[in-house]
Design a protein around this ligand. Structure first.
Ligand code: PGA
Length: 241
């Protein structure tokens, strides 16, 4: 899977230009290609991707289906717009908007209830890595975010070291692989060998056309969640290929 997280970028017009251009390329059928535009562009994007193998995801959601939550967007609204996926627990949500594992856990359950596939993001900060806390942080984020969830077959994981996001400094392939392998082993222990084998673990953090090949060669890296480099159609197409 190659997923583009557009963050707070692209107007409706820019979204239209991006998708129209991307659709002119011959997109491979053997990969899941996903774009996650901002909420305001989802409706337009949904219409434009029809008949292509580009899929649609959102970047966040509330855990309730409806109610008095000013400014929030519900999973039901995302479903209606044709979203299949939703990014949850992105480090920007955790750090700028103070989302914690228990909130993310509620959101994952709500997404699964409505048959939206969560892309759960986890990852350590630079400070935590320097203090040798990476494994502990990733493990606790993963287990707490998945608390009481028995079936993880519709969940996708994204390991995104915070120090690599938007910095231009990606994790070295072997550095990322070490954590991906640890995550898979943890899934095997907590769930089952089948769950561990089936789950997709994406890497995110400064993925670009120049480094994706080396990252994707690693055994436990099953795709990429891409921010900055997903905003340019040509770069995104290169990443897909
Ligand atoms: P980046 O962002 O590719 O710009 O580092 C990745 C992400 O935040 O998902």
């Amino acid at each position: 899977m190659i997923a583009g997280n557009w963050k707070m970028n692209k107007t409706v017009k820019e979204t239209k230009d991006f998708i129209t251009k991307l659709k002119k390329h011959a997109l491979p059928k053997n990969k899941d290609i996903l774009i996650c535009p901002p909420f305001t562009a989802l409706s337009k994007a949904s219409g434009l991707i029809k008949g292509s193998n580009i899929q649609l995801g959102a970047q966040n959601m509330h855990y309730e289906v409806a109610g008095a939550f000013t400014g929030e967007i519900s999973p039901l609204m995302l479903k209606e717009l044709g979203c299949k996926y939703v990014i949850l627990g992105h480090s920007e949500r955790r750090h700028i908007f103070n989302e914690d594992d228990s909130l993310i856990n509620r959101k994952i359950k709500a997404a699964l209830n409505l048959k939206l596939k969560p892309i759960l993001c986890i990852g350590e900060t630079l400070d935590q890595r320097k203090k040798n806390k990476t494994e502990g942080i990733v493990k606790s984020q993963l287990l707490n975010s998945l608390k009481d969830i028995k079936d993880i077959s519709n969940i996708i994981l994204a390991y995104e070291p915070v120090w690599a996001i938007g910095t231009g400094i990606n994790a070295a392939p072997e550095q990322a692989e070490e954590i991906h392998k640890m995550i898979r082993t943890l899934i095997k222990k907590t769930y089952s060998p089948k769950a561990a084998n089936d789950i997709r673990i994406l890497y995110g953090g400064s993925v670009k056309p120049e480094n994706i090949k080396e990252l994707m060669k690693e055994q436990d890296i099953d795709g990429a969640l891409v921010g900055g480099a997903s905003l340019d159609t040509d770069k995104f197409f290169k990443l897909i290929n």
